[in-house]
Design a protein around this ligand. Structure first.
Ligand code: ATP
Length: 238
């Protein structure tokens, strides 16, 4: 498996406050990676560094063979990394306007094709295409967030807590359509979550604690790791 994204020895923070300490992660092509961590562990901070939304103090980031740590966010986006923040959707714009923003850099004809593809994949969105993003239910809003992020035909989709604010039923829906979205493509996923339900679709897992990676391995290895289980997730080994 070829490595698509590689972040090495990332140190960063806000002002005097250091949040990430020598953080290292990688994502392979077609791989689904979950970054688990409690509130305040530094997940959002790491994703922001990957996207160029927060400068790194030291370290390096490589994507599809190129060093990107000095690239602007729009350049990273155009090179194939798409980002779904916790907000995900612009509530004052319609569903279709949101989708078109997601495909902003595509040639017009590809943009149209992608729009049709998203409507095929998410028929609910087609029905609501003239409605404001803010009028959608929590689950539909997430769906729009994912569709918007997929519009740009990314190689890697980076998601910040897609489960935030969703009921367990909607979480299942989000997981199902993420599986559907990745099944017929080579799309890689990096999902920052505190919800262990997302482990169901993970090829590999990182645990981030206090800004440090404290576990890296497969889900089976995570489940076998009693210390990780007890310390962070209260899992009982079932
Ligand atoms: P959450 O699930 O709550 O979003 P997280 O794992 O994404 O948690 P971060 O948002 O990356 O964690 O926050 C990590 C640390 O950095 C926390 O201590 C937080 O208070 C701090 N922090 C985050 N954003 C800022 C900021 N803009 N200025 C100062 N400190 C910040």
């Amino acid at each position: 498996m070829d490595t698509l994204l590689e972040a090495n020895a990332i140190n960063t923070g806000y002002g005097q406050l250091q949040v990430l300490w020598d953080t290292e992660i990688f994502v392979g092509e077609s791989e689904r990676v979950v970054l688990l961590g409690a509130n305040g562990a530094g997940k959002t901070t790491l994703l922001k560094c990957l996207m160029g939304l927060l400068p790194i103090w030291s370290g390096s980031i490589k994507f599809a063979g190129n060093q990107i740590e000095k690239k602007r966010t729009d350049e990273r986006f155009q090179s194939g990394i798409s980002y779904m923040s916790e907000m995900g959707v612009i509530t004052g714009l319609t569903v279709e306007e949101n989708l078109l923003i997601g495909g902003y850099y595509l040639p017009k004809s590809t943009q149209k094709q992608q729009l049709e593809k998203m409507y095929e994949q998410f028929p609910d969105l087609k029905q609501k295409r003239r409605n404001a993003g803010g009028s959608l239910s929590g689950g539909q809003r997430k769906m729009l967030g994912v569709a918007k992020a997929l519009m740009s035909l990314p190689k890697l989709l980076v998601m910040d807590e897609p489960s935030a604010g969703l009921s367990p039923l909607f979480v299942k829906e989000v997981i199902d359509f993420l599986v559907k979205s990745t099944e017929q493509s080579s799309l890689s996923l990096l999902i920052a979550e505190q919800n262990v339900k997302f482990l169901e679709i993970a090829d590999r897992v990182y645990v981030l604690d206090g800004g440090r990676i404290t576990f890296a391995g497969t889900v089976l290895e995570l489940v076998a790791d009693d210390a990780v289980k007890r310390a962070y997730f209260g899992l009982d080994g079932a």
